[in-house]
Design a protein around this ligand. Structure first.
Ligand code: YH5
Length: 277
């Protein structure tokens, strides 16, 4: 089951690593415009050298309390990085955006997929994604980034998340996005308690059975801090544990900060799965 990411084909029956590349002002030491682009590009080179099949470029912080970013600001952050990666590195470029203008411009500059934590619900996003012709990841979030962690509530988190994603699938397919270019993501940490996240992790195999490739992102997230008591910088072992679980349960793309270590995890899981065929 191959999916085409603007000229790069990836087998979705296998598991791939997506490396996180934040291009928000807090993410790279601020020595001005050029050094920001330089450090982002250097980081992208490193992620690919470590084995990332996809680089996820994001210019909007979804952290609670983060200032909303204007369209122009997001374009200014994301586009130069997409263009520079395209020019220098042979890798799939994903753009972590909900903004139609960023989707369109990134596609023009060579991006290979759209990763939207708002599942194309922002005004104009659905149309922009249709026009782009790119694969799209639809993610579930309860509430809005600012307030989503204040009181997450579900009668059944698995039913609600699955129901939401299948409803978005119905809408986007009707709008002209073929099923063969959709990925689904339960949205770990986006309006979920630790209990909700664990239920979703347990049910990942069930979600995979919906027939769409899954993308998951748990790397360094608070759920791992809650389980281990560790600060963000000390969450690698826990991140690898959940990456292992996701790979075993059939995730196609794992979105992480620590690419090198996660690639080894996937190699081990794949070796096990291929040993009996
Ligand atoms: C995701 O799950 N997540 S941005 C809080 C943290 C650490 C990391 C320290 N974009 C996802 O990575 N896109 C983000 O606590 C995403 N799935 C998809 N598809 C949040 C993030 C993070 C947040």
């Amino acid at each position: 089951m191959n999916m085409d990411f603007a000229g790069h084909s990836l087998d979705m029956t296998r598991c791939h690593v997506m490396g996180v590349l934040n291009v928000t002002p807090d993410s790279f030491s601020d020595g001005g415009h050029f050094s920001r682009l330089d450090s982002a590009l250097a980081h992208a080179h490193r992620l690919v050298a470590e084995g990332a099949a996809i680089i996820d470029v994001g210019g909007e912080s979804t952290r609670p309390g983060a200032r909303p970013v204007s369209v122009q600001e997001e374009l200014d952050r994301v586009c130069p990085v997409v263009e520079a990666i395209r020019a220098e590195i042979n890798v799939v470029i994903s753009v972590d955006t909900s903004t139609p203008e960023v989707m369109g411009e990134s596609k023009r500059l060579g991006a290979g997929m759209i990763n939207d934590v708002r599942a194309l619900q922002r005004e104009g996003a659905l149309e922009a994604a249709v026009t782009s012709g790119l694969p799209v990841c639809l993610m579930h979030m309860q509430g809005k980034p600012d307030t989503m962690q204040s009181y997450p509530r579900y009668s059944s988190v698995v039913r609600e998340v699955t129901g939401f994603l299948m409803e978005r699938v119905r809408v986007v397919e009707r709008a002209g996005i073929d099923a063969t270019r959709l990925l689904l993501d339960p949205g770990f940490g986006f309006g979920k308690t630790l209990g909700h996240n664990l239920e979703l992790l347990k049910a990942l195999g069930q979600m995979r059975a919906l027939g769409y490739p899954l993308l998951v992102g748990m790397s360094r997230k608070s759920m791992l801090g809650e389980i281990t008591g560790r600060e963000v910088s000390e969450r690698l072992p826990a991140s690898l544990a959940v990456a292992t679980i996701a790979a075993i349960k059939g995730a196609s793309i794992i979105r992480v900060h620590d690419v090198r270590e996660t690639v080894d995890v996937i190699k081990v899981v794949s070796a096990m799965e291929e040993s009996d065929v």
